[in-house]
Design a protein around this ligand. Structure first.
Ligand SMILES: [Zn+2]
Length: 134
């Protein structure tokens, strides 16, 4: 299945990553298994945010609480690799839970989507950037 994202949303995320040189940015993704409809930037609370990311647990908790109240559920998250490639790092693999979550990884002008299908492993998700009107 192809995962779609609008060019406007992807552009916003790439700009957010570029505005934080040397640091990994991160946030939550919302939508369906076919569409990333929205993204919410979150604080990176990792001890070493230049080399890893950890989404602020309070933001994650708030998102799940909103989902229980009828909001859209988080389908995964995004983060940036300021110096690396848009592929899961060894650190990312260590954090992969195998829960089907989407991992969108940003590196420079590149973005690739992955899904964690079993603990420690990712599969590439076919990713389609759709030109949006706005
Ligand atoms: Zn990473």
């Amino acid at each position: 299945m192809t995962l779609e994202i609008s060019s406007a949303l992807l552009g916003r995320l790439l700009a957010e990553a570029q505005a934080a040189p040397g640091l990994e940015v991160c946030g939550l993704l919302f939508g369906t298994s076919a569409l990333i409809a929205a993204a919410e930037p979150c604080a990176n609370v990792a001890p070493d945010p230049a080399r890893a990311f950890e989404i602020d647990p309070a933001a994650l908790f708030a998102a799940h609480r909103r989902a229980r109240a009828g909001g859209s559920a988080p389908i995964g998250h995004y983060h940036s690799h300021p110096t690396g490639r848009a592929e899961p790092s060894a650190t990312d693999a260590a954090g992969a839970m195998g829960d089907g979550a989407v991992w969108l990884i940003l590196a420079g002008q590149d973005a690739r989507a992955w899904r964690t299908v079993k603990p420690g492993a990712f599969e590439a998700v076919e990713f389609d950037v759709v030109t949006s009107q706005s």
